[in-house]
Ligand binder design. Structure first.
Ligand SMILES: O=C(O)C[C@H]1C=CC(=O)O1
Length: 93
């Protein structure tokens, strides 16, 4: 199942900068792990914004929820999820 996921990061104001830097490094390692598992095939930075556009390839809504909530930055992100189907006019999936 493919999902378009958009994440907007709202950096916390109550954390010391080095603490937030540590969380961002943990986020990077977790993001790389999920990508290596083949569950996060696309991750793009939105130009000029602290947000991304991603595609997740998962087996269920629950798996997507579990992956997103496992991200260390999850408490500091607004996340939107759009389920996707194959388009009938698409040349390829
Ligand atoms: O920076 C972001 O877009 C938020 C998040 C998503 C992947 C990652 O490493 O951080």
């Amino acid at each position: 199942m493919l999902f378009l996921v958009q994440m907007k990061v709202n950096p916390p104001t109550h954390l010391a900068p080095d603490e937030f830097a540590r969380i961002k490094e943990e986020e990077k390692q977790r993001a790389l792990e999920i990508q290596r598992q083949g569950k996060w095939p696309h991750l793009w930075r939105v130009t000029g914004k602290y947000s991304n556009v991603s595609v997740f390839d998962v087996d269920s809504n629950q798996e997507l929820h579990d992956l997103l909530t496992s991200l260390p930055l999850f408490p500091f992100m607004e996340v939107s999820v759009t389920p996707m189907n194959t388009h009938p006019s698409a040349l390829s999936e």
